[in-house]
Design a protein around this ligand. Structure first.
Ligand code: NAP
Length: 463
């Protein structure tokens, strides 16, 4: 008997793995189509919203406001949230293919790239990803050992994540305490001795990845000067040609030129932007980081036209006790799902998952967000990206390319999770936690006081 998927008798059943921005944008696009669709959104963590909760900097509350649109999606009929459910363990690929007509993977890029240099694994050398997760109260990183007793920190990389971590280190407690930063991080930052923060680029000022708003903010820090060395702002011919007509990059340069002109005003902390330097070794004394040896670079235009950094064999050492590498995120493989390890993404064609071995499309499986295209773009970039993948799925549905699930009964999933002893969290449960966090935050003049521990979150649901 043929099944009319998407009808009122047999709504299309879709599972989404990963409740970050792209998961919610995919859910919204699926529920908007006007056919009968039910969406079950799963996340490994109790709290939804992914990077909006655990990635976006606490002092960027305007960006976090987007969570309201995710809440509107979650309130749509046909939507269910299953938090605290680990894909591959609590729910497996074979469960999804049995109970859903289509699957979306929207797990983002949860890991990070390494520098591959000696000393990188020393205590107090960590990825910006870890540091960000720590100050944002990610339950897996609450015990991260971050020693802020040193005078100086080095942030490697010049993207927006580097700006976030440098800014958090450079801000006063007054500027941070009315944010939703985790209490443990605020306490540690209040005792911080860090006075100099070096943001180090392997290429030049015309190749920075940060955006205008982020560099502008660096000029408005209450207790820190933004410092750029005038001579490091001189552009070579290739760089000048590369950014001709690029107004955003010209603006970045204008901000940096203004910093160079203003120079040191005597604020107690300093954010130094340094260019054409690649870390080659993290130096320690008895296991304690004391400095980073940097090779000085020059720029070379490659055959393809890209401007690359090339080592000169000359070195400089910057004393520092904390090293944060902010050189890009990386996706992680999921059991039973194709993965392109080189690119750190799920291989796909316009959001349709591709089996790398056969080169063929895996019917009924889709991908959206950073795990689809790599860690680029801002939160909003994930909306058109998710819509594109959802459109691919609807196209497949219309062409009869989706196989109906053998057991589509929506009650089976909660029953299955219960049988496996999984304490899943519903949208209603999450709203309880959310209300407690917001109420506690209100008392303390913050947008929310984040609950970090899983057990505390679960006890709020039970109260
Ligand atoms: P990113 O923008 O790709 O920046 C990565 C940086 O790391 C680049 O400066 C890159 O330099 C450098 N890098 C890479 N490998 C390196 C190596 N081996 N040695 C030295 N430097 C190296 O990545 P991101 O900062 O992680 O940000 C990810 C995405 O999130 C971006 O699209 C970003 O805009 C977005 N984001 C946005 C906001 C916001 O809107 N406020 C906040 C945070 C993040 P090269 O250019 O030389 O490769």
């Amino acid at each position: 008997m043929s099944v009319n998927l998407g009808s009122s008798e047999r709504p299309l059943r879709v599972a989404i793995i990963g409740a970050g921005p792209s998961g919610f944008y995919a859910a919204a696009a699926l529920l908007k189509e006007g056919i009968h669709v039910t969406v079950d959104l799963f996340d490994r963590l109790i709290a939804p919203h992914g990077l909006v909760r655990y990635g976006v900097a606490p002092d960027h509350q305007n960006i976090k406001a987007v969570a309201k649109t995710y809440d509107r999606t979650a309130a749509e009929p046909g939507f269910r949230y299953f938090g605290n459910v680990d894909f591959g363990k609590d729910i497996r690929h074979e469960d999804l293919t049995k109970h859903y007509d289509a699957i979306f993977y929207t797990t983002g890029a949860q890991s990070d790239r390494k520098l591959g240099i000696p000393g990188e694994d020393l205590p107090n050398s960590m990825s910006a990803t870890e540091f960000v997760a720590w100050y944002n109260g990610h339950p897996d990183y609450q015990d991260l050992q971050v020693d802020l007793s040193c005078d100086a920190a080095i942030v490697v990389g010049v993207g927006n994540v580097a700006m976030d971590v440098a800014r958090v280190l450079a801000k006063s407690i007054d500027e941070l305490e009315d944010t939703d930063i985790a209490d443990h991080a605020l306490k540690a930052l209040a005792r911080s001795n860090i006075r100099d923060i070096y943001v180090v680029a392997r290429r030049g000022p015309a190749q920075v990845k940060f955006t205008n708003a982020e560099i502008r903010e660096m000029g408005h820090l209450t207790i820190a000067d933004a410092i750029v060395l005038d001579h490091e702002l001189k552009l070579d011919h290739a760089s000048s040609a590369e950014i001709e007509g690029d107004t955003a990059m010209q603006k970045n340069l204008d901000y940096m030129r203004a910093f160079a002109e203003i120079g040191v005003t005597g604020k107690p902390r300093r954010v130094h932007f340094r260019f054409l330097l690649s870390p080659v070794e993290i130096i320690d004394v008895d296991g304690k980081i004391v400095a980073v040896k940097m090779e000085k670079n020059e720029l070379r235009a490659s055959v393809g036209g890209d401007i690359k950094a090339s080592g000169t064999g000359k070195y400089e050492t910057i004393p520092a006790g904390l090293i944060l590498r902010s050189v890009g995120y990386k996706g992680v493989p999921m059991p039973g799902v194709p993965f392109d390890a080189r690119q750190g993404i799920i291989p796909n064609e316009v959001g349709r998952v591709i089996d790398l071995e056969t080169g063929k499309i895996v019917a009924g499986e889709y991908v959206a967000g950073w795990i689809k295209r790599g860690p680029t773009g801002v939160i909003g970039t994930n909306k058109p990206d998710a819509i594109e993948s959802v459109n691919s799925m609807f196209d497949d549905l219309r062409k009869g390319k989706l196989t109906a699930a053998s057991d589509p009964d929506p009650d089976t999933i909660p029953a299955l999770l219960k049988t496996r002893g999984v304490r899943y969290v519903s949208q209603e449960d999450w709203k309880k936690i959310d209300a407690v966090e917001v109420a506690e935050g209100k008392k303390r003049g913050k947008p929310r006081a984040k609950i970090v521990k899983r057990e505390t979150m679960l006890s709020v649901i039970d109260s």
